[in-house]
Every structure is written in C-alpha cells, then in structure tokens.
Design a protein around this ligand. Structure first.
Ligand code: NAP
Ligand code: COA
Length: 265
C-alpha cells in the first residue's frame, strides 16, 4: 500500500536496516527508500538481501547490501563502515534482525535462550555501538523493533520477552546518554503482523481464532509498521526520544492476548 506521507521526506538521508532481507525489516527498507533515503540492508543470507535490493533499485532507489551476523561485532562494524563508504554517511539505524520460536521455559536449552538474546539484544547493542560515531556526526536516529513480549508475560516466549525488554531498556539508556550528541533513540513494538516469518512461527495453527483476541479485530500489515518507523525517523518526531511506539491493534491491552490460545491448545 502506498504511503500517505508527503513524498521525499528522507532525501539526502542514509539508513542501515538489520534484518532488512525479509518481512518487517524489508518493508521498512522499502518505505525509507520510497521516501528518498539511500538504504543498506544487512542479514545473514546474501540472496535475501539481493532480492530486496533489486526491488528497491527497480523502483529507482539506491541500495547497498552487506551479509553478516549481528552477533559478530567485527563483521557488523565492517558492514556498517562499508555502507557508510558506499552511501556517504549514516543517519538512520533500524534494528529489525531477530530470532524466535515457541518453547516452554522448562524445556528450553541454555543455548536456545542465549541465541535469541544474542541476536535480538546483543545484536541491537552491537549495531548501535558500531554506528554511534556516524549517527553522532549526522545527529541521527535509532529505531529498534521490539514486541509485546517486552511488556506483558507471554507463554512459550521467555527468551524473546527477556531480549525485547532488554532492547527497550537499552533504548531508554541510549536515549539518555546519546541525546546530548543529537541522537534520538526509539523503539516500535508491532503486534501480530500478517504474512511474516514471526507470525508463521508464533501464530499457532488457528490464526483466525487469534484475531478475535486483537481489539481491532485483525492482524497488522507490514506497511503499518513501516509507516510508524517513517514517522519516528521523520522531522515530525524531532522531539521524540526514549519512547516505544506500540503498533498492535490494541493487542497488549488484554495482556498475553492472542498467545493465551497457545497454552489452551
Ligand atoms: P523475519 O522476516 O524472519 O525477519 C528477521 C530478519 O532478521 C531476517 O531477515 C533474518 O535474515 C535476520 N536475522 C536473523 N538472525 C540474524 C542474525 N544473527 N544476524 C543478522 N540478521 C539476522 O521476521 P519478521 O517477522 O519480519 O520480524 C522482524 C522483526 O519484527 C523482528 O525484530 C521481530 O521480533 C519483530 N516483530 C515481529 C512481529 C510479527 O508479527 N512478525 C511482531 C512483533 C515483533 P537471515 O536469517 O538471513 O539472517
Ligand atoms: N525450540 C527450542 N529450541 C530451539 C528451537 C525451537 N524451535 N530452535 C532452535 N532452538 C535451540 C537449538 O536447539 C539450539 O540450542 P542447543 O544447542 O542447546 O540445541 C539453539 O536454539 C540455537 O539453535 P541454532 O539453530 O544453532 O541457532 P542459529 O543461531 O543458527 O539460529 C534461531 C537462531 C534458532 C533463532 C533460528 O530460528 C533463526 O535463525 N531465526 C531467524 C528468523 C526468525 O526467527 N524470524 C522470526 C523473527 S520474530
């Protein structure tokens, strides 16, 4: 769906999107590029990055790709430096890379817990840290994608909940520390978003039943998350920092919401 925002909001800006090769991250990258930003995509799978980059270029945008694992600091720093060299700076960092699966805490291995925290939380810190000097030079903005698991207890999600809650705390701490450098640091917490890997992994076997537990009565769309990010990186949000924008159709208003169904079978 086309954006309702006025065009060319981000001409002259450069964005680096982790997890930009699919799903919500790809949708955000496409939206930022539509608005004139030059975009760099990172993820572990070069083919996925290439496919999104081809779409962005076909639509007239400029796109750079850098395959790497956000858990590997040196590789991620190299990817960010490469993007800065290729695109001429860095104004916007979007942290969308994540891993998740349903697992009861009593059966989750220590490595399973650590893997998710390492990708989501440590990966977000790694990207923020590696991007800091460039964001400070540009008086830029960080947007990290979290989830309702950060705010309400959800069954089978202790690993993702800990990781996403950590990202939101990191967001507030960095907003405090980096505000004097002119960097805004915010997060977006999507609800269940249709057509994504996250929903296919977490949605259970009766997604229609889940929508009944969303106050707005439907799943969200990728473009609704992309527009929330666009608002936050735009001049319209120039006095917003440390905040989490919840874009979930009201899902977390009813606590564990749709996920309760996963426990009741
Ligand atoms: P997705 O398509 O699987 O996106 C995650 C991306 O992260 C993938 O492109 C993946 O690519 C990349 N990635 C995973 N591990 C990585 C690593 N170690 N290093 C670098 N890249 C890595 O899933 P999605 O559903 O769109 O989720 C996107 C974001 O939205 C996530 O932060 C998720 O927690 C959040 N979210 C989603 C929903 C939802 O309903 N889908 C709801 C709330 C929040 P590779 O595997 O190629 O690396
Ligand atoms: N249930 C329980 N444990 C699981 C699991 C599941 N469904 N999937 C993986 N694990 C455990 C593994 O068993 C392993 O622990 P172990 O060594 O004690 O056996 C640990 O998690 C790491 O698994 P591995 O496959 O080696 O990790 P990875 O680093 O290659 O991949 C994942 C990370 C597991 C998060 C993988 O699902 C992934 O790459 N996801 C990215 C895409 C995604 O999740 N998108 C949705 C975003 S919301």
């Amino acid at each position: 769906m086309p954006s309702i925002f006025q065009p060319n909001l981000l001409v002259g800006k450069v964005a680096f999107v982790t997890g930009g090769g699919s799903g919500i991250g790809a949708g955000i990258a496409r939206r930022l590029a539509e608005q004139g930003a030059k975009v760099a995509l990172c993820g572990r799978t070069q083919e996925k990055l290439d496919a999104v980059a081809a779409e962005i270029r076909a639509a007239g945008g400029q796109c750079h790709t850098a395959a790497c694992d956000v858990r590997q600091y040196a590789a991620l720093e190299g990817a960010i430096e490469g993007a800065v060299a290729a695109l001429g700076g860095l104004d916007i960092l979007v942290n969308s890379a994540a891993g998740n699966f349903l697992a009861p805490a009593a059966q989750l291995s220590a490595n399973g817990f650590r893997s998710v925290v390492d990708i989501d939380l440590c990966g977000t810190f790694n990207a923020c840290r590696a991007a800091f000097k460039h964001l400070a030079a540009a008086r830029g903005v960080v947007v990290s994608i979290t989830a309702g698991q950060a705010h309400v207890p959800m069954p089978l999600q202790c690993h993702a909940g800990a990781a996403k809650a950590g990202i939101e705390k990191l967001t507030r701490d960095l907003a405090l520390e980096w505000g004097p450098s002119g960097i805004r640091v915010v997060s977006v917490s999507p609800g269940p978003i249709e057509g994504t890997e996250g929903m296919s992994r977490l949605g259970g076997d009766d997604p229609k039943r889940m929508t009944k537990r969303v106050p707005l009565g439907r799943f969200g769309r990728i473009d609704e998350i992309a527009d929330a990010v666009l608002y936050l990186v735009s001049p319209a949000a120039s006095y917003v920092t440390g905040a989490c924008l919840v874009v979930d159709g009201g899902t977390e208003l009813i606590g564990a919401g749709p996920f309760l169904d996963l426990m009741s079978g």
